[in-house]
Design a protein around this ligand. Structure first.
Ligand code: ADP
Ligand code: MG
Length: 707
């Protein structure tokens, strides 16, 4: 049986080309980066390597080339001027500023300092000396002033100041001067790379080389050079997109290259399950199933993405596809992103499999060691037909007798790499990736490459639409009162607390606070779940919500994934304006499960940005996940990206889907062509492309690819 040793996949730095070593050095190797700055920069640039600095692009420029005589200088402009220091005027009270009078041949100017040590000013501006100062010129009562010049340097250092200054996104504790200094060092350490792009394509696009582009991007002279459609930025975006598409194409090629097996169930178990179902399959489910059965029959390996909105009935599709390989005597696995979701799959699947002699088991990180041993044994000798689990299924000790079909119910939480690992445990296993977030075509391409692609674009009949209302937060008390009446009649509800900035801790504080407040109204009928809870406690609360002991469940976004409580028909989302569209849609999906009318209250706080307003309107007007996903992409282009962290899509460092969408499609074709001509990346260009993959940290792909 095939057995995968994981260690080569997991250890770092195995094969990175030497040419990249300088860029993968730690930022602590930069002059001036101490322990404190190290931490700040690491947070700022999302990494601690020089290469991470490269992608930290400037957002503005300051023109310091305006160097008039003072008498001609226009107040309000940034001026760079050589002046002679005339006099220091120390403040009499500490409310007054410290003043320094300076002059050029034409006019005097007062430099103003608030809260600065006199000593350091005296040192920077000794009386009688000449200094070059640069900063915003102001006019006060007809007198020229400059408060806190950005630069004070000696005359021979004027070239350091006079010019265009690059402005980077910063964080408290890191000034632009510091950032620029570090960046210049990084740029000096960039090796001269061989060209990995096609020369003809480059000249057609009028793009220069990578080194040239990165240099220009970090030394912009005009505002237009900061735009994502500037040629240099496009070149870098294309590099990134090609790395992304090439990595995905390699994984796909690797899977496709492997011969699969032709499996074709006889339908005996499938029919038994269909007989037991209290419903008939929708046409969409039937279509998708026949696509999957067709794939299973083929002698190559299937890699298919199944998209279906929340509640569209993916689980039964997964089960029926798995059953078909079980009919052939092989095994199937379904991998869920969380424990709760895995357990839920177990419930659904077990209840349908129990009576037809199909053995199902659950294996997660929490499975006790004795039970784990039994399960592992039973997997190895083939007693278990269907295994349900979390990434615990990757463990080396997990060996299958004959794994032929893998379902990854992923909600974007698994990487390409992990998917591949599980499939390698199989015997030429087919892979079905399921996702509940409808994904716009462009994003499918960036996240999955050219995967085969099925959609369940229909929800089972008889579902009532959700009555979605948009309500200001100051009506919270009224909402709570109305909710109380509803709950007294037996309804159950979710109360979703918002994300507070990025910190999980404060999310929690908000949820706990709300929980305490609601307890005053609802007593012990309220429960609380959040991501920081122990799995056991979380499950216990969920269980109590499921069996109706808890009527109102206060939750952070943990409920987004996986919870299935059909009796819950009301959802209140606090600070709905802080959520992304896709996320709101996912959350609302939780109350769309039953056949009863349900209500979703999106409570927002002022001020509401235009984008937030539009998001809430879209939610009120539509339940079509695919439409919402398209809108989401459109709106996110506007810069509000609270949703992106959750959505887990390829987070591009440079490429911007709004602007570079066409480049993505070119990169997709390019990647295909590259692999057709040079499947092992061995040509000169192929080798350069390997460097590109490592540069954009697609290491796992490259490593997987060897051999
Ligand atoms: P999801 O696609 O979100 O995973 P599920 O598979 O959990 O959706 O299905 C949601 C609910 O719809 C389940 O209770 C399931 O039993 C039910 N269901 C699935 N298919 C149908 C159908 N064809 N007709 C009616 N109900 C269905
Ligand atoms: Mg599901």
């Amino acid at each position: 049986m095939m057995f995968t040793n994981l260690s080569p996949y997991l250890s770092e730095n195995i094969m990175r080309p030497e040419i990249l070593y300088p860029l993968f050095a730690d930022i602590s190797t930069l002059k001036g980066v101490g322990e404190r700055t190290h931490k700040l920069i690491t947070n700022l640039i999302n990494g601690n390597k020089l290469v991470n600095m490269l992608w930290h692009l400037p957002t503005n420029i300051i023109d310091r080339t305006y160097a008039p005589k003072l008498i001609n200088a226009i107040p309000g402009k940034i001026c760079t001027i050589a002046v002679k220091v005339v006099e220091h005027i120390a403040p009499k009270t500490n409310k007054q500023p410290y003043k320094v009078i300076v002059e050029d041949e034409s006019e005097q100017l007062t430099i103003i300092f608030f809260k600065v040590y006199a000593q350091s000013i005296a040192k920077a501006l000794p009386v009688g000396s000449t200094r070059v100062i640069s900063g915003k010129l102001e006019s006060y009562n007809g007198q020229l002033q400059m408060s806190h010049p950005d630069y004070i340097v000696k005359p021979d250092e004027i070239s350091k100041v006079l010019g265009i200054e690059t402005v980077y996104p910063l964080t408290a504790g890191i000034t632009n001067k510091m950032m620029s200094k570090y960046m210049q060092q990084v740029i000096c350490r960039i090796p001269k790379f061989p060209e990995w792009q096609d020369e003809k394509f480059l000249s057609k696009q009028k793009w220069g080389g990578f080194n040239e582009a990165i240099l220009k991007v970090h030394n912009p002279k005009y505002l237009t050079e900061l735009e994502p459609f500037a040629p240099e930025r496009c070149r870098l975006a294309y590099d990134e997109l090609l790395a992304n598409q090439l990595a995905l194409a390699i994984v796909r090629q690797k899977i496709k290259k492997q011969v699969g097996r032709s499996l074709c169930g006889d339908g005996r178990l499938r029919n038994k399950i269909l007989d037991c179902l209290p419903f008939t399959l929708t046409q969409a489910q039937k279509n998708v199933l026949s696509e999957i059965y067709e794939d299973q029959k083929q002698p190559y390996r299937m890699l298919r993405l199944l998209q279906g909105d929340v509640g569209s009935g993916k689980t039964i599709v997964a089960l029926l596809s798995m059953i078909s390989v079980v009919e052939c005597g092989a095994q199937a696995a379904i991998m869920a992103p969380t424990e709760i979701l895995a357990k839920q799959h177990l419930e659904t699947i077990q209840s349908l499999c129990e009576n037809i002699g199909v053995k199902v088991a659950l294996l997660t990180g929490k499975t006790k060691s004795k039970e784990r041993k039994n399960i592992i044994n039973a997997l190895q000798n083939g007693e278990i037909n269907i295994i349900i689990g979390t990434h615990a299924l990757f463990q080396e000790s997990v060996i299958f007798k004959d794994l032929a079909f893998v379902v990854v119910d992923e909600q974007h939480r698994f990487g390409v790499h992990q998917r591949l690992l599980l499939s390698e445990k199989g015997n030429k296993a087919d892979i079905l990736v399921m996702t509940a977030t409808p994904i716009p075509r462009t994003l499918v391409l960036t996240a999955y490459g050219d995967m085969e692609y099925s959609k369940i674009d229909q929800v089972p009949e008889g579902r009532k639409p959700v009555d979605t209302r948009v309500i200001p937060l100051n009506k919270l008390a009224e909402v709570a009162t109305a909710l109380k009446r509803k709950i007294e009649t037996g309804t159950q509800a979710y109360w979703v607390c918002p994300l507070v900035e990025e910190s999980e801790k404060s999310d929690l504080a908000a949820a706990e606070e709300r929980f305490v407040a609601l307890q005053k109204i609802f007593g012990d009928k309220v429960g609380l779940v959040h991501g920081k809870m122990k799995e056991k406690d979380k499950d216990e609360v969920m269980e109590r919500f499921k069996n109706g002991e808890i009527k109102l469940l206060v939750a952070t976004t943990v409920i987004e994934v996986g919870v299935n409580v059909p009796q819950a028909t009301i959802m209140i989302i606090e600070h709905a304006e802080r959520f992304g569209l896709a996320q709101l849609h996912q959350l609302r999906g939780r109350i769309k499960r039953g056949f009863e009318a349900s209500t979703c209250m999106l409570m927002y706080n002022y001020p509401l940005s235009e984008t937030a307003k539009e998001r809430l309107n879209i939610m009120r007007e539509s339940e079509d996940g695919f439409m919402i996903a398209e809108k989401d992409l459109e709106l996110r282009g506007g810069g509000e990206i609270l949703g992106t962290k959750q959505s887990g899509f390829a987070n591009f460092k440079i490429a911007n889907m709004e602007v570079h969408k066409n480049l993505l499609h070119i990169a997709n074709q390019d990647a295909k062509l590259i692999l057709e001509l040079d499947p092992k990346l061995e040509s000169l260009r192929g080798k350069a492309l390997r460097t590109l993959l490592y540069l954009f940290e697609k290491d796992d792909t490259v490593r997987n690819y060897r051999g």
